[in-house]
Ligand binder design. Structure first.
Ligand code: ADP
Ligand code: MG
Length: 280
C-alpha cells in the first residue's frame, strides 16, 4: 500500500461531495431551463386552438396584430371568435368588430360551436353599414361610410379605454377596403388602427377575404404575422389546410396542417392525422 493513499472514509466523503455537486449543477440547469420555458409561455397569447398554438411555438406575441386570410366559409370568423373566447375563459374583456355579418347573425351562427357571445366579457361593435342595429353607424348610408371613419376609430378607442380590452378582432377588414375605395386613405386607416391597438397593448386578429389569389396586400406587410386558410387537393379529396406564412419575432412551423370544424370550433391536426383522416 502506498504512503500517499487516502483513508477509505475520506474517499467515500469525497465521492459524496462530487455527487452532490454534480446533482446541484444538473438541478440548477434544469431550473434555468424551466424558467426560460415558462417565460416563453408567459410571453405568448393562446389562440384558443392547441394545434395552432403549437405551429406558433406557444401562441401569438402579445400586443401585436395578426392577419387571418382565406376564402369564404373557410373559418376566419370561427377562428377569430375562438381566439376571443379563449380570453373570455380567462376573465379578460374582448372586443369583436363585425363589418360584414350583423352581430346578431354571428351570435346565432357561433352557437353551433357553443360560443356564447352574450357573455359580459364579450363586447361587440356592429359596424355593418346596412345593418338595422348598427352601434355606431345609425342612419349612415353605405355611401357615407368612408366619412364615418373617424367615428369608427373613436368608438373603438372608447371601448379599449373603458374596458381594458386584451383581445380584439376586426372581421373582415375587406369591407373597409371596399368602402374606403381610396388606397391612401385605407392605408392610413389601417396604420392608425394597428397603432391604436398597440397603444392599448391588445392582441389583435384582422381577417381578410382577399388572399386566395396569392396576391399580397398592405395588410400582409403591416401586420406581425399572417395565417392562411386554404383548400387543398390531397389524393383526389379536398381538405382544408392552415399555414403560417409570416410570424415576426419567433420561429414557427412552416408546414401546412389540416384542420376541421368540430362542435367546439376549429381543430388543427398534424400531418399524420391528415393521412389517417383523408387518404386511407
Ligand atoms: N357546429 C357548427 N356550427 C356552425 N358552423 C359550422 C359548424 N360545423 C361546421 N360549420 C361550418 O363552419 C363554417 C364557418 O365558417 P366561417 O367561420 O363563417 O368562415 P369565414 O368567416 O371564413 O367565411 C361554415 O362553413 C359552417 O358550414
Ligand atoms: Mg366570416
Amino acid at each position: 500500500m502506498s504512503n500517499y493513499s487516502l483513508p477509505r472514509w475520506v474517499c467515500i466523503q469525497m465521492g459524496i461531495i462530487v455527487l452532490n455537486l454534480t446533482q446541484n449543477y444538473l438541478t440548477s440547469n434544469e431550473k434555468k431551463k424551466h424558467v426560460v420555458e415558462s417565460m416563453n409561455i408567459k410571453e405568448r397569447v393562446s389562440t384558443g386552438i392547441p394545434g395552432l398554438d403549437r405551429m406558433l411555438k406557444g401562441g401569438f406575441i402579445p400586443g401585436r396584430t395578426y392577419l387571418v386570410k382565406g376564402g369564404p366559409g373557410l373559418g376566419k370568423t370561427t377562428l377569430s371568435i375562438q381566439f376571443l373566447m379563449a380570453g373570455v375563459r380567462r376573465g379578460e374583456n374582448v372586443l369583436y368588430i363585425t363589418l360584414e355579418e350583423s352581430l346578431d347573425m354571428v351570435q346565432e351562427d357561433m352557437k353551433g360551436f357553443r360560443f356564447d357571445l352574450k357573455d359580459p366579457h364579450f363586447m361587440g361593435i356592429d359596424a355593418t353599414p346596412v345593418g338595422r342595429k348598427t352601434h355606431i353607424f345609425e342612419d349612415v348610408h353605405y355611401a357615407e361610410f368612408a366619412e364615418s371613419l373617424k367615428k369608427f376609430i373613436t368608438a373603438i378607442e372608447q371601448r379599449l379605454k373603458e374596458h381594458r380590452i386584451s383581445r380584439v378582432v376586426v372581421d373582415p377588414i375587406t369591407m373597409l377596403r371596399l368602402t374606403v375605395n381610396d388606397e391612401l386613405t385605407y392605408r392610413r386607416l389601417f396604420i392608425d388602427l394597428i397603432k391604436l391597438f398597440s397603444r392599448y397593448n391588445a392582441t389583435v386578429i384582422i381577417t381578410s377575404d382577399i388572399g386566395e389569389s396569392g396576391n399580397f396586400g398592405i395588410e400582409d406587410y403591416l401586420t406581425s404575422g399572417v395565417i392562411e386558410l386554404r383548400r387543398y387537393d390531397v389524393g383526389g379529396k379536398t381538405i382544408k389546410g392552415i399555414k403560417v406564412t409570416k410570424f415576426r419575432g419567433s420561429p414557427f412551423d412552416e408546414d401546412v396542417r389540416p384542420y376541421a370544424f368540430t362542435d367546439a370550433g376549429i381543430e388543427v391536426y398534424d400531418s399524420d392525422r391528415l393521412y389517417e383522416r383523408y387518404v386511407s
